[in-house]
Design a protein around this ligand. Sequence first.
Ligand SMILES: [Zn+2]
Ligand SMILES: [Zn+2]
Length: 549
Amino acid sequence: MTAPVRVAFYGGLGEIGRNMASVEVDGRVALIDVGLIFPDAEHHGIDLILPDWSTLRERREDVHCAVITHGHEDHMGALPFFLREFPAVPIYSTRLTLGLIRAKLEEYPEITADLREVEAGERLSTGPFDIEFVGVTHSIPDGLAIALHTPHGTILHSGDFKLDQTPIDGRPTDLPHLAQLGDDGVALLLADSTNADQPGHVATERSIGKTLRDVFREARERVVVTTFASHIHRVQQVIDAARDAERLVCFVGRSMLRNMPIARELGYLTYEERQVVELSEVDRLPRDRTVIICTGSQGEPYAALSLMAAGQHRQVRLEPGDTVVMASSVIPGNEHAIYRSINGLFRQGADVVHKGIADVHVSGHAASGELRYFHNVVRPSAFVPVHGEYRHLVAHARLAVETGTPSDQVFVCEDGDTVVLEDGVVRRGDSFTPGVVFVDGLGVGDVGSAVLRARGQLSAEGICVAVVTIDQHSRLVGTPQVVQQGIIYEPESSPLLDQAVKALSEELHASTGQGDQAVIRRDTVRALARFWKEATGRRPVILPVLMEV
Ligand SMILES: [Zn+2]
Ligand SMILES: [Zn+2]
């Protein structure tokens, strides 16, 4: 019998984002998703956060392929960084997902990628992997669940999914296929937990079309709709409702302008050329004849809607009587930024329609009612909840037990955990300690927690730099200089800085450390720390600079 199959989780368990898992069969590794997560305010200036694949770096040639479930950033966004290290690994996914990956990779001309298109319903054999692709509905078209048939049993990964029975593209989650897999036996299920603690079922995407038509009909002036630039079905409904209301649409925002032509060219979005106008033409049309479709639904500072809300968008100015529709979710952590946008929009005189007051958004992730149904169709022998914060994973684990998976075969795992599948039975494997890899500017992984702590202190307390001049025997020369940023407001000079210089001079001259640079540094830090603490109650970062003359 071949070696047991090992499944490792690199990201996405205990957090929503940077999804990545590996399945190892016969020493070969297949990856499922290579996603990223966007930083929050605690991450001082970090641009992106990646999964930590350092354990794979040591065995690069064993990485056989990567399968991407769908085109969301939290599933494919880390690919440019991954491909820099693993350029030869083929990437399998559907047409739209690959289209979005290709568009992303255009920003990284040095990267070559071996992209291989597959279709839902297809079965593929590569190396020791026998992979089946199952179509699922989600908030982006062309999503996949992945079934891996291994010598020890079948592993099914749901991808991000819901059970919309009347999806816009007529391609519902393939329940007959899932039932067939269930009949043949699924040894281990890994499934989306995002909405496991939400009751009931997610309403069909189609229900939003009616609301949009009502809003567009009643709107007297300009209409602006914001949603995710990947939510092609939502955009389709906006375009259709605009057509019914005899309004032309205009795409605004970099990712909208990038994605919509791709989606149309690949056949996922349908509209006539004459339904769309350029932003430069919008102002020449009557205000009640247009709908602007833009990015910025999460209050991202430089996105189109945020600029409109602040009255700073160069081409689009809102006026009293305009209507803004937020056809999007509130991603946890973004509440503050979103409410700032909504406040700004009202201040511009616009009326704001959001999911709190009308049905303009439905989630892309199955709620608990759908998950129960899904588990009963798949009937897995073992289960690991994925894609969720810890509370979602626990809710999903309970639900699996409720629907019949034995409780000793349900494993709540976190990033860095592994499970082992042998002869159809699952057990916990060794864990590894996954790092977080920060991308900041051009650097990948060079900023760690120590740097972030320092940035936190700098932003909270400010910095004081002391320049101490010494001779070649490390003895003091003249008076030290002290400058600061972010401790006090200091237009030119300040009596407080003069006092700081005085306190530092006295300390250094009284010190026995003359001639020893390390002692001078230490005394400088001590004197200034004490000074700022006593004078202001603050604890700035103190940076001593010794200058030899
Ligand atoms: Zn997704
Ligand atoms: Zn996701």
